[in-house]
Design a protein around this ligand. Structure first.
Ligand code: ADP
Length: 451
């Protein structure tokens, strides 16, 4: 086992990894930008190094500085967290070439799955259902028009290097397809330096269901069941839960098995998530992408299985075999996560930087709050707007909903606008309680007001 790990991240996930390491008797080296000087996670790490100024491109994304910190800190492994360099195959390769283990999959597996068109090929060979769409990248406008008419409108233009909903456009007809293609390619080029786009049938009013995977270096692959992440705005998740409330046990088994097949086919190791969309009209599920990292919503799966995913990641990276077989992973109860972000739903979900002047966090039975903030903490302009994740776990979904309602009612955050008022409305909504929702539910029910 590793004696020392560098955490190449900040905020909530840095704290989460440091806490796991402490319980495992592993020392931690933290890194921080000038904007994160004085952050809470730094005080819990054994050592901490400043790696540059506030903007992530000058600090958390600087591979050379992270490697220098790892060498000075004398660590055997690096945990990338999520975001920043977590899915950067080059970073994984550099770490290992410096004899520092990267706590994640191999760079080859990451490369294959990071490219969505390549990932679809793997899914196809693993007999995992795909959304009807173009065979590969779209070469030109004429091909796009031909392909879209074959699939049938509406179609979705997606970036092969995509993430965070960037480079995605819905096209209703040939005209909007042509303008959408240009816009999507330009956005993808800017965000990912890769303008490649492809087409998919746009599934109307779908649900988003994903499967948590763990795979070791000895060929063992298990799933930790599914999470339903249908509640999104701007293609970004806001609420996640397990089990998926509208799926039968047999359908859940089937989607989880599909995810395991895909991961085996890709030679993927460590923790990962296989994402699907569910067509509610036909009850069919389709693969959309693999996230080759730990995800924000991982606590949902931890609570329903009792398995610590961060510790599992570290053990797998150190070469240990998974200590459980699939049959031993028992799904228990209902877990729901709500993301508390410093953003203003009344102003188009724009980030809302500022200082938290008052903070009272809910607790009690069934409540977990994973967060790096405290009263007096200033949310700066440089990074994502997440304040923390409120997660509840109760024996049934109804009890989990009641628990979440009372936890949200207890929550006090002053000084910054947050998603809490919207979350309170969501959890009071009858259609949500019956889970009669789709990925457009928030936008339809609470239409964004102009900023
Ligand atoms: P990104 O990597 O940019 O987040 P994804 O492929 O994961 O993109 O898709 C993000 C979200 O967009 C999904 O959760 C789903 O809500 C929606 N989406 C993706 N593909 C489709 C599709 N073919 N039809 C309808 N909605 C889709």
């Amino acid at each position: 086992m590793f004696q020392r790990i560098l955490v190449a991240n900040r905020g909530e996930i840095a704290l989460r990894v440091i806490r796991a390491c402490k319980e495992m008797g592993i020392e931690t080296v933290a890194v921080f930008s000038e904007a994160d000087r004085g952050a809470h996670y730094l005080s819990l790490a054994d050592e901490a190094y400043c790696i540059g100024p506030g903007p992530a491109t000058d600090s958390y994304l600087m591979i050379n500085r992270l490697i220098s910190a790892a060498e000075i800190g004398n660590v055997q492994a690096i945990h990338p967290g999520y975001g920043f360099l977590a899915e950067n195959a080059h970073f994984a390769e550099v770490c290992r070439s410096c004899n520092i283990e990267f706590i994640g999959p191999t760079h080859q597996a990451m490369q294959k799955l990071g490219d969505k068109v390549a990932a679809k090929q793997i899914a196809r060979s693993a007999k995992v259902p795909l959304v009807p769409g173009s065979a590969g990248l779209i070469a030109n406008e004429a091909e796009a028009v031909r392909c879209a008419n074959q699939i049938g409108y509406p179609v979705l233009i997606k970036a092969t290097a995509g993430g965070g909903g960037k480079g995605m456009r819905v096209a209703m007809n040939d005209v909007s397809l042509k303008t959408g293609l240009k816009a999507a390619a330009a956005e993808a080029e800017k965000a990912f330096k890769n303008a490649g786009v492809y087409l998919e049938k746009y599934i109307e009013r779908p649900r988003h269901v994903e499967v948590q995977i763990l795979a070791d270096l000895h060929g063992n692959v298990v799933h930790l069941w599914e999470r339903d992440c249908t509640l999104q705005r701007r293609h970004q998740k806001l609420v996640e839960e397990s089990p998926a409330p509208t799926m039968s046990k047999a359908a859940r088994e089937e989607i989880c098995q599909a995810a395991v097949r895909l991961v085996k086919q890709a030679g993927y190791t460590n923790a990962g998530t296989v994402e699907f969309i569910l067509d509610q009209a036909t009850n069919k599920f389709y693969f959309i992408e693999v996230n080759a990292r730990i995800q924000v919503e991982h606590p949902v799966s931890e609570l329903v299985t009792g398995i610590d995913l961060i510790k599992s990641q570290i053990r797998v990276a150190a070469g240990e075999a998974l200590p459980f077989k699939q049959k031993q992973i028992v799904h228990s109860g209902s877990a729901i996560e709500a993301r508390i972000n410093a953003e203003d739903p009344a102003r188009g979900f724009r980030g809302s930087p500022g200082t938290i002047t008052k903070l009272r966090v809910p607790g009690g039975p069934g409540v977990r709050f994973d967060s790096h903030v405290y009263q007096g903490y200033t949310i700066g302009p440089y990074y994502d707007s997440m304040i923390g994740k409120l997660i509840v776990h109760r024996p049934t979904r109804d009890e989990a909903l009641s628990c979440m309602r009372r936890a949200l009612a207890e929550f006090v955050i002053e000084g910054v606008a947050t998603t809490i008022p919207l979350l309170r409305e969501i959890f009071a909504n009858a259609a949500f309680a019956r889970s009669e929702i789709d990925t457009t539910f928030i936008e339809r029910t609470w239409p964004p007001t102009a900023p």
